[in-house]
Design a protein around this ligand. Structure first.
Ligand code: PEP
Ligand code: MG
Length: 547
C-alpha cells in the first residue's frame, strides 16, 4: 500500500479502480499560411462552433449543477468574444502569417501568464479558464474527433471509477457522467478552482494537489479519503475495512441530511429562521450552496488581507466581493469589514507588539484610525453592491460613537463614488456585530442606528468570561452556556426587535444544536454556521416545538 497526500476539497470516501484521464492537449505546430484572410475565416468558424458547444454545456450544467455553477460556461463564451483576445489571434495570423491553431496557442499562453501573475487568487484561477477555452478552439481548428470529453470518461461510464488526471478543466468536469465517477484526484489544482467548486457542488469526494500521482496507477485499486486529503494506492485489507465502515456510517448520516435540502428551516409549530453560511473565501461559496445555505451570514473579509503580501487593492477586493455576490444570485451576502489584530496578525500592517492583544488595537479600531484602509474596503464593497444583495457588517463595536463615525465615513465614500461616476445599490443593509459585553448592554441605543445585529459568540464569550479564546488552559473555566452570555444575547434580541430590527448569531454557538431551541424561544431570526453544519442545524430546527 502506498499513501499519497493532497488537499481534500470534498468530503467522502470512495474505493475503486483508477482511470487516468488521457487528455488531448495536442502539440500545436507552427505553419506558414499563404492566405491570412482565409485563415482568419477558419478561426471565426471555429469560434462560432465553440460558442455553440458552450451554450450546450451551459444547458447541461444548468440541469446538473444549477445556474450559479453553470455560469462558468457563460464566462467562457464571453472570453471567446473578448476583443483583446481576438485581436491578438488575428494580429498573429496577419502579421506573422501563421496558422490559426498556433495563433490561438500563443495568445492562450500570453493571457494565461498574465492572469497567473495577478494579485488576486480569483484572477489567477482564470488562467485555467483561458486555457480551457483555447484548447476547445484548437481542437475544433485541428478537426479532432469528439466533443472534448477525455478518453477515460467513456470507460468510467460503464463502471464506477476513481478519475485521476494531471488537472481537470471545468468543461471536462461537467461533461463527465458523474453517476459513474466515484472520486476525483488530480496532481494539480487548487481549492479555488472551479473544478473543486463543482466537485463540492456535486458532492463527489475529491483530492487535489497529489504531487506523486502518475498515470502508472491506471487500472489499480485505490481508496480516496476526501475529508483527510489522502489517497491509498492498493490499500491493504485493514485500511479498506476501516474505510468501508466509515463510509457506511457517513453515508447513512449524509443521506438523512441530504433529504433536508430544499426543505424549510421551520419548527414543528411553524416558526421559521434563516440559515446562512459563514465563509472565509470566495471559493467557499460552492460548499455553502451545496449545503443549501439561504445566504452568506458572515464573510470574514480579513482572509483577503491575510492571503496577500500587501494591502489588497480596491480592484482585487471588488473582484472577490463581486464573485461572492454573483455566485449567491440575489441571496443575502453579509460581508464583515476587516477584523485583524489579536490572533489575526498581518506583517504589512506594522502593528506593534501589545501586552493584551485581544483587548488591543484590532478590527474597527484599526479601521477608524486608518481611514485610508477602511475607505478602500468600503469603496470596493459599495462598487460591488450592484452585483447582488449586499449587507455590510462591522466587528468589535463597543460604542454609539463608533457607529456614528462609521456612518459618516460611509456617507463620504458614497459621495466620492457618485462624483467619480460609480454606481452602487440604493439600499445596502448596515449591521454590527454584538461581540463585546458593552455592545450588548447598550444594544437599545445601537439598534436605531443600524439595520441588524449579528452576535459573535466567540468573542462575546471571551470578553464576558475574561477567558482568552486562544488559551486551552482556560477551557474548564469557559462555560459557553454561561447564564451571563445567554442574558446578554437575550438583551440584544429584545432591543433589536423593539426597534424593528433583525438579529442573528454568527459565532460558533449558532451551530451548537443543544442551544437551538433556546435561540428560537429567544426570537433569534438568523443563524449563520459553517457550510457543513447547515443541514445538521436544519435537522434540529425541524425537530423543535417552540411554544
Ligand atoms: C465571533 O467572534 O463570534 C465571530 C464570529 O468573529 P470571529 O470568530 O471572526 O472573531
Ligand atoms: Mg469576533
Amino acid at each position: 500500500m502506498e499513501v499519497l497526500n493532497g488537499k481534500g476539497v470534498c468530503d467522502g470516501i470512495a474505493i475503486g479502480r483508477i482511470s487516468f484521464l488521457k487528455q488531448h492537449h495536442a502539440v500545436v505546430q507552427r505553419t506558414r499560411v499563404e492566405d491570412p484572410a482565409a485563415e482568419q475565416a477558419r478561426f471565426e468558424q471555429a469560434r462560432d462552433k465553440a460558442a455553440q458547444e458552450l451554450s450546450q454545456l451551459y444547458r447541461k450544467a444548468l440541469r446538473e449543477v444549477g445556474e450559479t455553477n453553470a455560469g462558468i460556461f457563460d464566462i467562457h463564451r464571453m472570453m471567446l468574444e473578448d476583443e483583446d483576445y481576438n485581436e491578438s489571434v488575428e494580429n498573429l495570423i496577419h502579421t506573422q502569417r501563421v496558422n490559426a491553431e498556433y495563433a490561438v496557442a500563443v495568445t492562450s499562453d500570453n493571457f494565461a501568464d498574465m492572469f497567473s501573475s495577478m494579485d488576486s487568487e480569483y484572477m489567477r484561477a482564470r488562467a485555467q479558464d483561458v486555457r480551457d477555452v483555447s484548447n476547445r478552439l484548437i481542437r475544433l481548428l485541428s478537426g479532432s474527433a469528439g466533443n472534448g470529453v477525455p478518453e477515460a470518461a467513456a470507460e468510467a461510464e460503464s463502471e464506477g471509477r476513481i478519475l485521476c488526471a494531471d488537472d481537470l478543466t471545468p468543461s471536462e468536469t461537467v461533461q463527465l457522467d458523474k453517476t459513474h465517477v466515484l472520486a476525483f484526484v488530480t496532481r494539480h489544482g487548487s481549492a479555488n478552482s472551479h473544478t473543486a467548486i463543482l466537485a463540492r457542488t456535486m458532492g463527489i469526494p475529491a483530492v487535489v494537489g497529489v504531487k506523486d500521482l502518475t498515470d502508472a496507477w491506471d487500472g489499480q485499486m485505490a481508496a480516496v479519503d476526501g475529508s483527510q486529503g489522502i489517497v491509498y494506492m492498493e490499500p491493504d485489507r485493514e485500511t479498506t475495512t476501516a474505510l468501508l465502515v466509515r463510509q457506511e456510517e457517513a453515508e447513512k448520516y449524509r443521506a438523512r441530511l441530504r433529504a433536508l435540502k430544499g426543505k424549510e428551516n421551520r419548527t414543528r409549530d411553524g416558526r421559521t429562521v434563516q440559515l446562512y453560511a459563514n465563509i472565509g473565501a470566495p471559493e467557499d461559496i460552492g460548499a455553502a450552496l451545496f449545503n443549501d445555505a439561504g445566504g452568506i451570514g458572515l464573510f470574514r473579509s480579513e482572509f483577503l488581507y491575510l492571503r496577500s503580501d500587501d494591502y489588497p487593492s480596491e480592484l482585487t477586493q471588488y473582484a472577490a466581493y463581486r464573485k461572492i455576490l454573483e455566485s449567491m444570485a440575489g441571496k443575502k451576502v453579509i460581508i464583515r469589514t476587516l477584523d485583524i489584530g489579536a490572533d489575526k496578525q498581518i506583517g504589512y500592517f506594522g502593528l506593534g507588539k501589545e501586552e493584551n492583544p485581544a483587548l488591543g488595537y484590532r478590527a474597527i479600531r484599526i479601521c477608524l484610525t486608518r481611514p485610508d484602509i477602511f475607505k478602500t474596503q468600503l469603496r470596493a464593497l459599495y462598487r460591488a453592491s450592484v452585483c447582488g444583495n449586499l449587507a455590510i457588517m462591522f466587528p468589535m463595536i463597543t460604542s454609539l460613537k463608533e457607529v456614528l463615525q462609521i456612518r459618516e465615513i460611509i456617507a463620504q465614500v458614497k459621495a466620492e463614488l457618485t462624483a467619480e461616476g460609480f454606481r452602487y445599490a440604493d439600499h445596502v443593509e448596515i449591521g454590527i456585530m454584538i461581540e463585546t459585553p458593552a455592545a450588548a448592554l447598550i444594544s437599545d441605543r445601537l439598534a436605531p442606528e443600524v439595520d441588524f445585529f449579528s452576535v459573535g459568540t466567540n468573542d462575546l464569550i471571551q470578553y464576558t468570561l475574561a477567558c482568552d479564546r486562544q488559551n486551552p488552559l482556560l477551557e474548564p473555566f469557559c462555560d459557553t452556556h454561561h447564564e451571563a452570555i445567554l442574558r446578554l444575547i437575550g438583551m440584544a434580541t429584545e432591543a433589536a426587535h423593539r426597534h424593528g430590527k433583525w438579529i442573528g448569531i454568527c459565532g460558533e454557538l449558532g451551530s451548537d444544536t443543544s442551544l437551538t431551541e433556546q435561540w428560537l424561544r429567544m426570537g433569534i431570526d438568523e443563524l449563520s454556521v459553517s457550510p457543513s453544519q447547515i443541514l445538521r442545524v436544519r435537522e434540529k430546527i425541524r425537530s423543535i416545538t417552540v411554544e
